[in-house]
Ligand binder design. Structure first.
Ligand SMILES: [Zn+2]
Length: 391
């Protein structure tokens, strides 16, 4: 019984510390009295927790607030740059590496090419060099770096730090655990679309919704599913592979070895390639294709219309399966939603079993940074969710 009481006390202490840290981070500035009132925790408990956070350098006392009588209350301020995190996004063409602060603000960002022909270990060497140079150039105290969060284009076992399968970058069964000592920082990994869903639900404008599907349209297609405010991955971590749902009998072969996968019709690569197949004039980017659509170039308009039709087929399947409150489309294509959102909703309603309202379909507000921010948030979540106990 005594042991149970002591375990319970420990849990209450940790919960208090986490709630206090979250509240100070959300408010940026707050007094002890306000924290106690809002969280219904006694003032001495708040004070002792805040003192621990002051000792760790995560918050500090900063001036005094107006008093309604008696002593002026001290303001406690959150220090976003008391700790840092690295967010890394690996996509088939590019590796982006960013240093972020505790408010998930990107302080430095650098990109390097990914060479899918070289062993993945070699690519990690390149990443390590960039991280070391960012730490050196910005005079970052290594003790203040919470860890490195990787956003990866494949199936990820985040608990055992294994990238199980990522055909788009030629990697299978890669264990990141062996690289924690090599990098000198704790490592966290997550699937790219899941990382984007985390970034979008934490930092975007959709934080009030509990059931979200994020569709990441890049060189491939990834989907991140949030159900009742939690990432849904299922026991084998394979939930949300909508990019490989078969939507047609056509024989375009996918990287997974099958044919008819949604990814082969709605990824950026698919959009660019389907234009290049039909036109003598070669394009290299989604931006170029959109410019041609805006100029009403016939082939581009035809290709893009077909693209939207396939996009709608997949989205409708997702809506039928999960009935999310919001679908968020991310990737370069999301920037141009103004020119196609009406047509997409029209196509959705052409096929659908139930009417689909325009407000269900939304577009990323993080300007292509959702996955890198979500990745960088992984070590920060660890800090916040333990109330900085691990420091
Ligand atoms: Zn496939």
């Amino acid at each position: 019984m005594l042991l149970l009481n002591s375990i319970n006390q420990q849990i209450v202490k940790e919960t208090n510390r986490t709630s206090i840290l979250k509240l100070i981070r959300d408010r940026k500035e707050i007094t002890i009295k306000e924290i106690a009132k809002e969280l219904e925790i006694s003032i001495p408990t708040v004070k002792s927790n805040v003192n621990e956070l002051i000792d760790k350098g995560i918050v500090k006392e900063f001036g005094v607030a107006k008093s309604s009588g008696g002593r002026k209350p001290v303001i406690i301020r959150f220090i976003p740059e008391s700790r840092f995190s690295f967010g890394i996004n690996i996509s088939p063409k590019k590796i982006s590496i960013s240093l972020i602060n505790l408010n998930a603000k990107i302080l430095v960002e650098e990109s390097i090419q990914l060479n899918t022909d070289s062993p993945f270990e070699k690519e990690l060497d390149k990443i390590k060099n960039v991280i070391e140079s960012i730490v050196f150039k910005n005079n970052i105290d290594r003790k203040k770096v919470l860890g490195i969060g990787f956003s990866l284009p494949g199936i990820v076992d985040e608990e055992n730090l294994i990238l199980e399968s990522a055909p788009n970058i030629n990697v299978k069964g890669f264990n990141f655990k062996h690289y924690e000592n090599y990098f000198g920082f704790p490592i966290y990994i997550e699937n790219e679309a899941n990382a984007s869903a985390i970034g979008e639900s934490e930092l975007g404008t959709y934080s009030q919704y509990n059931n979200i599907v994020f569709i990441s349209i890049t060189e491939g297609i990834g989907t991140g599913i949030i159900i009742q405010n939690h990432l849904y991955k299922s026991i084998n971590k394979r939930a949300g592979e909508f990019g490989h749902m078969r939507i047609t009998d056509d024989n375009i072969k996918c990287n997974c070895g099958r044919t008819g996968c949604w990814e082969m019709y709605v990824s950026e690569t698919a959009l660019i390639e389907s234009y290049n197949k039909k036109s003598e004039h070669e394009i290299k980017s989604v931006n170029q294709l959109i410019s041609l659509v805006e100029c009403k170039e016939i082939i581009a308009c035809d290709v893009f219309d077909n693209y939207l039709r396939y996009l709608a087929i997949g989205i409708e399947n997702i809506i039928l399966t999960l009935a999310p409150e919001k679908i968020i489309i991310g990737g370069k294509i999301s920037k141009y939603h103004g020119i196609y959102e009406e047509i997409l909703v029209e196509y959705l309603n052409k096929f659908t079993l139930y009417p689909i309202e325009k407000s269900i379909i939304n577009y990323s507000v993080l300007k292509g940074k959702a996955s890198i921010l979500g990745a960088g948030l992984l070590p920060i979540y660890q800090l916040i969710n333990t109330g900085a106990a691990t420091l």
